[in-house]
Design a protein. Structure first.
Ligand code: G6P
Length: 604
């Protein structure tokens, strides 16, 4: 979604601000802009290169704010791009989020004779800040924010106070980067890595005044907050393509390393147990839990669905999986023996956060499964499991999804051993987990043959994905990947549901991706594909190495190694990620930044 970057220091601000914007590009945007005190703002619709072309070489300021906008109120255009200014033209604002009461606020400002030039809610906010301004930017910002309802991560500057940026957060992230020779602000910690790894995460309701050598944080009500910087362990290289054509391919190929990182220090080979330090704070409560609610959006939701099969089968724990956008509005009941787990790569997804808030109000014990260290969800839960997948840049989630499945396998082992899983079973799972990165390398080595199959089917308009049991949510995730990066209409069904309607659509132009590892539902899947064959629909089977029976029924077969059934979904999803990637590339699409999508959805 939108991105914010800002700088104060001794260097030329413009190249630093542009570099910051380029690092934020992956989040999706449709216009961009920059403000440097003394030189005003430059904005442009479309790509950052358009903005670069418009920038005068003589802009030599030492501070500034910049923004990539993803349109919500008003079309993508230069007029609507940020930064926006107040009536005096002295104050400039960049803003992520949505000001819900902007219409009421605008009416009040119109009565005062204030004029508007754009269709945005952001312009209303800066006009409001301007109406309170009498030489103190912090004060004016706080007064305006008290009148605002909605979400924001924002940065504001004044021509008359060029040595400071005022930032504030409510529902949309803002991180300060504390450098040696200057300070930075951003909506995304990965944009700071090239400059510094020392960061300060703002919490909701906090406002900060950032100068080149200091920062001061207070709440909107003026209560002072002492916050020391913390170190983020991501490397700058992790947000580079490193020779790969696309981030998506690089991130799929990072899988073995990602899984090693998710597992590091968490497996006890001798006792067959998992160690999850982030859950220690709630150990006593875990002993008595009788139900688990898993909440997430998009791929995180499907990871939760796989987690359900894992936990119910191997940890004997009843699980319910909910979409963030549904859980937050549905009737739910207090339950002392339930645990609520929130899965989110970014840790900032608005619906998942709102669901977390609801679970807390109900008095449930809350746990996060989050990738971005320091993100909102990671800070708001009672306990957590970090994914350690490193920064994920491609919009469609691949490596983070794998690390979520791996973390679910760890959680299954962790809770399972408390709930009747034998040591023998535990050791078997630990050994299988330990071998997983090597097995994944074998899957990745088959990428060329997957690319060939992808090429053959890239022209198709429709696709069906089917799977059963552990592989039913993997079918959904596979179809989601195809939709996201190729725009092909893809449906997913649990194999048994095919007869109840969707089979009516199948014909020779409607291929089916059938997920059929040799597991307990293999025979059922064979019946499914026989039915599909009778309707002349082409079949691609994702099958276990050595399965000879499958090639007589399927048109194409993608083989994968057999692993412990708990871990098979981790293996199976990789060929599906690669398949979607290669179809997208074959169609000439921007697989890293698909149209209409955002990496992190921080508004409802
Ligand atoms: C967006 C992304 C998806 C992601 C979903 C949930 O829609 O495009 O890839 O799965 O948000 O994001 P989260 O950060 O909460 O995992």
């Amino acid at each position: 979604m939108c991105g914010i970057f800002g700088y104060l220091g001794n260097e030329d601000a413009v190249p630093i601000l542009l570099e910051g914007l380029r690092t934020l590009e992956y989040r999706g945007y449709d216009s961009a802009g920059i403000f440097v005190p003394g030189y005003g703002a430059v904005k442009s619709a479309g790509q950052i290169v358009n903005l670069e072309k418009k920038l005068d070489k003589d802009i030599k300021g030492k501070s500034g704010i910049a923004h990539t906008r993803w349109a919500t109120h008003g079309v993508p255009s230069e007029k609507n791009a940020h930064p926006h200014h107040d009536m005096s033209g002295q104050l400039w604002l960049v803003h992520n989020g949505i000001i819900e009461n902007f219409r009421e606020l605008k009416e009040g400002l119109l009565v005062q004779g204030i004029k508007f030039y754009s269709d945005t809610d952001t312009e209303v906010l800066i006009k409001l800040i301007g109406s309170f301004y009498s030489g103190d930017l912090l004060q004016a910002t706080k007064l305006a924010l008290k009148a605002v309802r909605g979400t924001y991560g924002l940065a504001v500057m004044s021509e008359t106070e060029p040595d400071k940026i005022v930032v504030a957060r409510m529902g949309s992230p803002i991180v300060l980067g504390i450098g040696k020779d200057g300070n930075f602000i951003s909506s995304d910690p990965s944009a700071l890595l090239i400059h510094t790894k020392n960061v300060v995460f703002l919490d909701d309701g906090e406002v900060a005044v950032v100068k080149k050598d200091s920062y001061e944080i207070t709440t909107i009500e003026g209560v002072k907050k002492e916050k020391k910087s913390e170190r983020i362990e991501w490397s700058h290289e992790a947000v580079q393509k490193n020779g790969y054509e696309h981030f998506m391919l690089k991130e799929i190929f990072e899988a073995p390393e990602v899984i090693e990182n998710t597992l590091r220090g968490r497996l006890k080979l001798d006792t067959g147990e998992a160690k999850l330090g982030g859950l220690e704070a709630i150990t006593h409560r875990l002993k008595n839990i009788q139900r688990l609610y898993i909440v997430g959006c998009g791929s995180a939701y499907y990871a939760g669905q796989v987690g359900r099969y894992m936990l119910e089968e191997y940890a004997r724990l009843p699980v319910e999986v909910e979409l963030g956008s549904e859980y937050r509005y549905k009737k739910a009941y207090p339950d002392k023996r339930a645990l609520a787990l929130f899965v989110s790569q970014s840790g900032e997804t608005a619906d998942t956060r709102a669901s977390l808030e609801k679970a807390k109000e109900l008095g449930l014990t809350t746990v996060g499964m989050v990738n971005v260290v320091g993100s909102a969800i990671s800070r708001e839960v009672d306990a957590g499991i970090y994914n350690y997948a490193g920064p994920e840049v491609a919009v469609a989630s691949t490596k983070a999804f794998l690390s979520q499945l791996t973390a679910f396998a760890l959680l299954t082992l962790f809770l399972g051993r408390e709930r009747g899983m034998t040591q023998v079973e535990g050791i078997e799972i630990v050994r299988a987990l330990h071998k997983l990165p090597e097995t994944i390398k074998k899957v990745l080595a088959t990428s060329e043959s997957i690319a060939k199959v992808a090429k053959k089917y890239a022209h198709c308009r429709d696709f069906m994905y089917i799977g059963r049991a552990f592989h039913s949510p993997i079918a959904y995730e596979g179809a989601l990947k195809l939709k996201e990066v190729t725009y092909i209409h893809a449906e997913a069904y649990a194999g048994g549901e095919l007869k109840h309607g969707p089979i009516a659509m199948l014909d020779k132009n409607f291929p089916v991706m059938a997920l059929m590892p040799q597991d307990m539902v293999y025979e059922k899947m064979i019946s499914n594909i026989e039915e599909i064959k009778a309707r002349s629909a082409p079949i691609i089977a994702l099958a276990t190495e050595g399965d000879l029976r499958i090639s007589s029924v399927a048109d194409d077969v993608i083989y994968m190694p057999k692993v412990h059934p708990l871990l098979q979904p981790i293996i199976s999803v990789i060929p599906l990620q690669l398949f979607a990637y290669y179809v997208g590339v074959e169609k000439g699409l921007n697989v890293d930044r698909p149209r209409n999508l955002a990496k992190s959805v921080t508004v409802e």
